[in-house]
Design a protein around this ligand. Structure first.
Ligand code: SF4
Length: 211
């Protein structure tokens, strides 16, 4: 990890760029958000947005979902990756929570539910406008953060820990901001020539020094 860079200052630029930007999952309320976050694990946001249209017409809230079984839910989510596991988790959650208003509002409460890990819980807290309790680390963040040099690992748990140590709590949307940067610019084949983080980026410095 680069010790010379003022990462708090550099991160502010990222946060300013993506401040308030909505997650690509096209949800309308917290129930939809939670269901879609669970369905999107190891699948694409675009695919889940397509599936959601029919799904939420039939199942508009937790109360209705609780009347389903994994078997009766399956036709609505067939084609989603690991749909069998996800159907089981969703029905377990619905039977336990029963109503939309029981959806937990804390990281511990959310991660206690099946199918929801720290990444999903951090996304739900952010999108629901609740205080951040951790830093969201998804596949894009895992690619972008080590490239920038703000962390020295590709392990998602360690990335979150290191970011939480470096950045003040008010900057904890940084994981999501890095995810947006990863979706738009720092793609697997990075578009460094148009990137506004070039001056602090370790990956870019290495590329430049080799040319
Ligand atoms: S300069 Fe290149 S490698 Fe660095 S963050 Fe930007 S796009 Fe990614």
């Amino acid at each position: 990890m680069s010790s010379k860079t003022d990462w708090v200052d550099a991160t502010k630029r990222l946060l300013d760029k993506y401040k308030g930007k909505k997650h690509p999952l096209d949800y309308k309320n917290t129930f939809q958000l939670m269901v879609m976050v669970i369905l999107s694990a190891r699948d694409s946001d675009r695919h889940i947005n397509q599936v959601a249209e029919t799904l939420f017409k039939e199942i508009p809230n937790m109360k209705v979902l609780a009347t389903y079984t994994p078997e009766t839910l399956m036709p609505f989510i067939e084609g989603v990756r690991s749909s069998g596991n996800k159907a089981n988790w969703l029905i377990k959650i619905a039977k336990e929570l029963k109503t939309d208003s029981s959806i937990p509002t804390t990281l511990d409460g959310l991660t206690a539910l099946p199918g929801i890990g720290r990444k999903s819980a951090n996304v739900i807290l952010r999108e629901a406008g609740l205080p951040a309790e951790g830093i969201m680390v998804d596949l894009h963040t895992i690619r972008v953060a080590p490239r920038l040099g703000i962390v020295d690992t590709e392990d998602p748990k360690k990335i979150e820990q290191q970011l939480m140590e470096i950045l003040p709590r008010k900057y904890w949307d940084a994981g999501m901001a890095m995810s947006f940067l990863g979706r738009e610019i720092c793609r697997p084949k990075p578009k460094c020539e148009i990137c506004f983080m070039r001056d602090v980026c370790e990956y870019y410095k290495k590329v430049i020094s080799q040319n």
